[in-house]
Design a protein around this ligand. Structure first.
Ligand code: AR6
Length: 168
């Protein structure tokens, strides 16, 4: 598995699948979720509503997938990160589950390249360094399966610097 790092906007990534840091409602929100729904158009929300009617949203730590709509990617894998509380409420395990379940879903749909944002490190307040270590560890543990390429797309300079350091 190849791991790549870049700083930028995940909605511009022409890969098989990008991952969304959604919430349990799957109805959109701020941050990267808002950006994905804005750039991807109504087809993504329509697909999310269909999933909601089937299974009633997406629990924290799990993942579902939809079309990429108008985005240059084929699929969006929506996962729901944990809100940071005190670090003793299962946040680490739930964040690892997000990456693991998104990767398993990517494998299932045959996605060769997958781009991840820094799940939970924005509105949900997860400490960035701690989240990056979990993300890298969980992606490494999935090596040997699809996807062939994982791209960490950092939006903010802090995350980019942290990943640069941890991946070097
Ligand atoms: N491309 C890549 N990364 C981005 C982009 C973008 N266009 N925009 C923001 N980020 P956040 P969370 C980064 O807040 O913490 C939503 O309202 C951002 O810099 O998007 O998991 C959902 O609906 C940060 O590093 O997600 C939920 O309610 C990372 O994406 C809640 O926010 C995650 O920040 C989820 O909070």
């Amino acid at each position: 598995m190849q791991i790549r790092l870049l700083q930028g906007d995940i909605t511009r990534q022409a890969v098989n699948a990008i991952v969304n840091a959604a919430n349990t409602s799957l109805l959109g929100g701020g941050g990267v979720d808002g950006a994905i729904h804005r750039a991807g158009g109504p087809a993504i929300l329509a697909a999310c509503r269909e999933i909601r009617s089937r299974q009633g949203g997406c629990p924290v730590g799990e993942a579902v997938f939809t079309t990429g709509g108008d985005l240059p990617c084929q699929y969006v894998i929506h996962t729901v990160g944990p809100r940071w509380k005190d670090g003793k409420s299962g946040e680490d395990e739930l964040l690892a589950s997000c990456y693991r379940n998104a990767l398993l879903l990517a494998e299932k749909i045959g996605a060769k390249q997958v781009a991840f944002p820094n799940i939970s490190t924005g509105i949900y307040g997860f400490p960035k360094e701690r989240a990056a270590a979990i993300a890298i560890r969980t992606v490494n543990a999935h090596a040997g399966h699809l996807p062939e390429t994982v791209i960490f797309v950092c939006f903010d300079a802090d995350n980019y610097t942290i990943y640069q350091h941890l991946l070097s």
